[in-house]
Write a protein that binds this ligand. Structure first.
Ligand code: LLP
Length: 435
C-alpha cells in the first residue's frame, strides 16, 4: 500500500500503524487495508475518467465501509448478485449510481434491483430480457438497460478470467448478430429503456490494444444501431480489467494513459461514423482495491527438505488466497515483524490446509532465519482474496482491518467457530417423534 513504511527495527507500518500491533490486536491471518490508498485510487480514477462513469466493481472486494468510501469518493458501484446489492442497499448507496451485472440473475434478484431503483441493469441473455421486461412491467417502471456485448477480443490473460472471446457464457455475440437482435428486443419491450452497450474483455490486462479494439467494434455497433433504428445510444461501458503488479515482473498501465487511449479511440471512431460521442463507463475492481491491502500471516512451521526446498507454513492459505492455486498466480512475501538476517533463501510459502496445492506464494526469498512467530506480509491482496475466501477445513475467514492516520478499525470482523456452527443443523437438536 502507498502508506507502507519500514520502521528502523524492521517492522512494517501501514497507515501509520505497526503490523505487530495489528497482529496483537486483531490476530492473524488478517487483511490490512490502507484506507487513504483506497480513497486516493478512487480519486485518481475519477480524475482520469472525468467525464465518464466510473463503477467500482464490488466483486473484487465489498463490505459496507468500502461501499461508503466508494460513494463518498464519487464513484458508482457495479454489483453482480443480490448479496452485493444488499450490501449497497444496507448503506443507502444511491440507487441511480448502481449497475447490476450477471449472466444468470434470478427473478428475485431482478425484482430487488428494480424495487431499489438500480440505475442500470446489464442484460446478458434473451431469457433475461424477457424476465426483466416482465419484472419492470409488474413494478410499473421503465428500467434503464445496457446490452452486454461480446466483442470477440482476446485479452491475453488467464483463460479463466478472459471474457471477450466468442466462446463463453457472458453477453451477446457481436459476430453472429445476437447483439443486434438483443438491441431490437430491448427496444421492443415497453418496460425497458435501452441506454447503451457494455463490453468487458477480461481481467489483469497489461496493454491497451484489447481495450482499443473492443472500443472500435462497439462504436461500429453503435453506428449500425443508428442506421437501423435511427437511434444514437448515449452510453458505452467498456468494463474493467486493468492489471496490477503482484510481483516486479508485472508492469501495470497508468490509469491516465488508459483513459486517454480509450477516449481518443472512441472520439476518433465516433467522428468517422458521424456519431455523437457516448458517455463512457469503466468498471475497475482489482486496480482500485488490489494494491491497497496486505495479508498478514504468522509463521508456524519451517520445514527444510535438504536438496529439495524449504516450506514455510503460515496460519492461512487457500481459504484466504485461492488465486495461487486457481490461476497459478504469483506473489511476493516479506518478513515484516523484524529485520531478519541479511542472507535470504528461496522458500515455498504454504498454508495450513489439507492439500499440497495449498500454496500462498511460490519461490519467495525470505531471510534464512525466518522462524515460528514471525509475521509475513503478502502485498497486493485486496482484490479477489477476501471476496473469494472460503471456510475450507472449517477455517474461519480473516477480518479486514482498515488503517488510516495511525488508527486501525475493524471493517469486517473475523468469523468465529460459532458463526460456522450456527449454520449447521444437528439432527439431535430437532424435536421429533422418537424412532
Ligand atoms: N466488470 C465486469 C463485467 C467484470 O466481470 C469484472 C470482473 C470487472 C468489471 C472487474 O474487473 P477487474 O477490474 O477487477 O479486473 N477472480 C479473478 C478475477 C475475476 C474477474 C471477474 N470479472 C482473479 O482473482 O483474478
Amino acid at each position: 500500500p502507498a502508506t507502507a513504511r519500514l520502521d528502523p527495527d524492521g517492522v512494517l507500518r501501514i497507515g501509520g500503524v505497526r503490523v505487530d500491533e495489528l497482529a496483537a490486536e486483531f490476530g492473524t491471518p488478517a487483511f490490512v487495508l490502507d484506507e487513504a490508498d483506497f480513497r486516493a485510487r478512487c480519486a485518481a480514477w475519477r480524475r482520469a475518467f472525468s467525464d465518464c462513469d466510473v463503477y467500482y466493481a464490488g466483486k473484487a472486494f465489498l463490505c459496507r465501509a468500502v461501499a461508503r468510501w466508494v460513494a463518498e469518493e464519487g464513484l458508482n458501484l457495479d454489483v453482480c448478485t443480490g448479496g452485493e446489492l444488499a450490501v449497497a442497499r444496507s448503506v443507502g448507496f444511491p440507487a441511480a449510481r448502481l449497475l447490476f451485472h450477471g449472466n444468470n440473475k434470478s427473478v428475485a434478484e431482478l425484482r430487488a434491483a428494480v424495487a431499489y431503483g438500480v440505475g442500470r441493469i446489464v442484460v446478458d441473455s434473451f431469457a433475461e430480457i424477457d424476465r426483466l421486461a416482465a419484472v419492470a412491467a409488474e413494478a410499473g417502471v421503465r428500467q434503464r438497460v445496457l446490452v452486454r456485448v461480446t466483442p470477440g477480443v482476446e485479452a491475453h490473460t488467464h483463460h479463466y478470467v478472459s471474457t471477450g472471446q466468442e466462446d463463453q457464457k457472458f453477453g451477446f455475440s457481436l459476430a453472429d448478430g445476437a447483439a443486434a437482435e438483443a438491441v431490437e428486443r430491448v427496444l421492443a419491450a415497453g418496460s425497458l429503456h435501452l441506454v447503451g452497450l457494455h463490453a468487458h474483455i477480461g481481467s489483469q490486462i497489461f496493454d491497451t490494444a484489447g481495450f482499443g479494439l473492443a472500443a472500435h467494434r462497439m462504436v461500429g455497433l453503435l453506428a449500425r444501431i443508428r442506421d437501423t433504428h435511427d437511434l444514437e445510444l448515449p452510453e458505452l461501458d467498456l468494463g474493467g480489467g486493468l492489471g496490477i503488479a503482484y510481483t516486479s515482473e508485472d508492469a501495470p498501465l497508468e490509469v491516465a494513459d488508459v483513459a486517454e487511449r480509450l477516449t481518443a479511440v472512441v472520439g476518433k471512431e465516433c467522428a468517422a461514423a458521424g456519431l455523437a460521442v457516448p458517455r463512457l463507463g469503466v468498471e475497475p475492481g482489482r486496480a482500485v482495491v488490489g494494491p491497497t491491502t496486505v495479508t498478514l500471516y504468522e509463521v508456524g512451521t519451517v520445514k527444510e527438505l535438504p536438496g529439495l526446498r524449504t516450506f514455510v507454513s503460515v496460519d492461512g492459505g487457500m481459504s484466504d488466497n485461492i488465486r495461487t492455486a486457481l490461476y497459478d498466480a504469483r506473489y511476493t512475501a516479506r518478513l515484516v515483524s523484524r529485520a531478519g538476517s541479511a542472507a535470504a533463501h528461496v522458500v515455498t510459502l504454504v498454508g495450513r490446509h489439507c492439500e499440497s496445492g495449498d500454496v500462498v506464494a511460490h519461490d519467495v526469498p525470505l531471510p534464512d532465519d525466518v522462524r515460528p512467530g514471525d509475521l509475513v506480509a503478502v502485498p497486493a491482496s485486496g482484490a479477489y482474496h477476501r471476496s473469494m475466501a472460503s471456510n475450507y477445513n472449517h477455517v474461519t475467514r480473516p477480518p479486514v482491518v482498515a488503517v488510516r492516520d495511525g488508527v486501525a478499525r475493524l471493517i469486517v470482523r473475523r468469523e468465529t467457530e460459532e458463526d460456522l456452527l450456527r449454520l449447521d443443523i444437528d439432527p439431535a437438536d430437532q424435536a421429533g417423534p422418537a424412532g
